[in-house]
Design a protein around this ligand. Sequence first.
Ligand code: ADP
Length: 469
Amino acid sequence: MNTQMYILGQVVEGLAAPLEVINPASAEIIASCRSASAAQVDDAIAFAQARFEHWQHTPDAVIREHLLAISAELLVHKAEIASLISLEQGKPIALAELEVELSVIWINTVADFEIPIEEYQEANGKKILVYNRPVGVVASITPWNWPFMIATWHLFPALKAKNCVIHKPSEYTPLSSILLVEIINRHLPAGVCNLVLGAAEVGSMLSSHTGIAKLSFTGSIRTGKSILQHSAYDLKSVLLELGGNDLGIVLADVDVDEVAEKIFAAAFLNSGQTCACLKRLYVQKNIYQALLHKLSNIMHQQVLGSGLDPESTLGPLQNQAQFDKVKALIDGARERGATLIQSIQVLPTRGYFIAPTLVTDITEDDPLVTEEQFGPVLPILPFDDLDQVIAQNNQLDYGLGASVWSKDLDTAHEIAMRLQSGTVWINSHCDLSPRVAFGGWKHSGLGFSFGVEGLLHYTHKQAIHVSMV
Ligand code: ADP
């Protein structure tokens, strides 16, 4: 298992603090790495800047071929990558395999995008061409929940737009990123795709470094704000994909049996550790008990265990801090009078396991409802006043995703248009497309990813006005 960085066109050991990678299913150390020193970060950026001078002139067709060759090789190594993801992140191996497959779909879609050139003809005979030029060196900072897929979301649009990149994975889950960058480096010139290791201090070296032209970040709102503050110094452009507290509204006309499986999967995806998974469920009163009963049955069928055990349907929380946070929210809700419905099973004695939990009799202002809980828990609230549910949702600072569940698509659409949310799904949730803009409103993000427009976040506009003399 490689635990080193990729900088200066070489595989290099970090020179700063040691980093221990822990298997969340056993709480045991599985690998030791070392963080990058400030000098190593400086050197990596300087080298990438130098390589950019050449890389930015690479023909589009050559870049496309490189990206497709990389994605083909990722598929060849799918089993190995998925095992690493499952080992370091905790998710079931089938989900880790899906993470690799989705990444490949995203890369192939990006590879085929064409970077547009706009052309305008003015009345006075002047012609204007608007190009989308690469920005230089892009930094990518990623979280621990989908460590491989989110890295591909950052790196490939940046590379496709002819930038060089410096990637910093989460200190909790660096291993699958190391393998990703290793494979990328088999196809791209040295210094185009670089990887530095480290925690917050290395992240803030990147956000405050004047050699970084653009920073792409996925993670918590708190860290996103800190990155934005650091970036203000040199007016660095940032793309922030931050936390969500996604709402689901279920109308009484649904077929409960049909929607329950989908709702459960959307709420407990990756043990709830997904920015855009369903985190609060509002159910119209007359079907509340029926849906609760069905969700409870599905929950009792889940098998909690190590992601590497093919029997497991739900893995652990990824780290101790996250475990403590989710546990405190659940315990707090119970102390405040909520009822917990938990699957009855013996929890593994080691690792960061929390039994999947449905929460009823909970008030709308409980922190488990108003805060992003990011765990295998779903508060379910009955409603009969839809306007109040929408108003309560829209007053929160979150605005990433939401869903409406109904057979009446027109009504669902009307409700969707009233929700302050970057994405609203009708009869599904957390179902993304590589061609369609995805980003949060309000505190859930700044800018958006995916589609050609998402790719253009990694470019500068350059207008060339051509007049005859
Ligand atoms: P969490 O608190 O759930 O770990 P974070 O948003 O803190 O989520 O972490 C996401 C990524 O941001 C990780 O790669 C982490 O190392 C990095 N990070 C944490 N703090 C900072 C910071 N102040 N500046 C830049 N990056 C940071």
